[in-house]
Design a protein around this ligand. Structure first.
Ligand code: KPL
Length: 295
């Protein structure tokens, strides 16, 4: 397949190298200089890619958009000038809330979301390390996207395992719940994920889990407070030595994804008239920290 990958960060580069090794013709749409990507894991791989060609973009059989949630609108607007309306577009990023933007900017394209637990670390513009083998789940966001199950097989062939989901929103909510608990707490307290297992965080984690459950239920998702809390603690345990992405964003004074993680939860809570004070307080603390960089 002819595939364009928009965004050559850690996840975009990971997909680009594996899909290329799987025999696909990969073209990058990128602001960086990543026309050569080196991937380290058991063995080193170095692959050269064509980039930023409007003709290649227009001919693509599928496009992956692997940019941070707050760049999705800008990147899709750019892609929309060249994209064929039949070309499926697969979003992949932390957080939720970009589906409506995508439907507005690309009303005719099949739209999908891929959520992955692969660990990938960007060492430089052209160099990543595949730090942890995970799994990917893909599902459709609109009716035509829901008919693109073959894309799960395409990914599975190159970077297994990848499964298809008929209800990608539930999977996205479950990931969002984990991110709402781990990311802002580890960023505000400047700690590694594993430190959340300390008893002093149990009360706030229970409050966050309860609020998330209430919003998920109101949004028509199956949810249970104990399961939300246990899932978050399990991920904190499994990734104990890692810093969350929000912790790193604040540490390096970069814009975080809080508006698409906790902010998305708060916007859904407002629609349903549900109070989420613990989440609101963390969102406010992250916004205050972000604003303090600018001073
Ligand atoms: O997705 C993550 C992130 O850091 O954004 C978790 C699962 C919390 C792992 O760190």
């Amino acid at each position: 397949m002819r595939i364009t990958i928009a965004g050559s960060g850690a996840i975009g580069s990971l997909f680009a190298t594996y899909l290329s090794e799987g025999g696909h013709d990969i073209h990058l749409w990128t602001r960086g200089n990543a026309t050569q990507i080196q991937r380290k894991r058991d063995e080193n791989t170095q692959i050269g890619f064509a980039s930023n060609s409007p003709d290649r973009l227009a001919e693509s059989d599928a496009v992956f958009v692997a940019v941070k949630a707050f760049h999705v609108e800008e990147v899709l607007t750019e892609l929309a000038q060249y994209l064929h309306p039949d070309s499926p577009v697969i979003l992949t990023h932390n957080g939720m809330g970009t589906d409506e933007l995508a439907a507005r900017i690309l009303p005719n394209n099949p739209l999908l979301f891929a959520t992955t637990t692969h660990g990938s670390l960007r060492l430089s513009d052209s160099h990543i390390r595949h730090t942890g083998k995970g799994q990917t789940l893909v599902g459709g966001l609109n009716d035509s996207g829901k008919r693109c199950e073959f894309l799960a097989e395409v990914i599975h062939h190159s970077l297994p395992p990848c499964t298809w989901s008929d209800n990608v929103y539930l999977a996205l909510w479950q990931k969002l719940a984990i991110n709402c608990v781990i990311n802002p707490l580890t960023a505000v307290h400047k700690i590694k994920n594993g430190e959340l297992l300390n008893k002093k965080f149990s009360e706030v984690i229970s409050s966050l889990s309860e609020e998330i459950t209430n919003v998920m239920l109101a949004d028509g998702m199956d949810s249970d407070c104990d399961i939300i809390r246990q899932n978050a603690l399990q991920v904190a345990k499994d990734t104990a030595e890692n810093y969350s992405s929000m912790n790193r964003d604040l540490h390096f004074k970069r814009r975080s994804e809080v508006d698409f993680i906790t902010g998305y939860l708060i916007s859904r809570a407002n629609i349903h008239g549900i109070d989420v004070p613990a989440n609101l307080s963390l969102w406010q603390q992250i916004k205050n920290l972000e604003q303090s960089y600018e001073k």
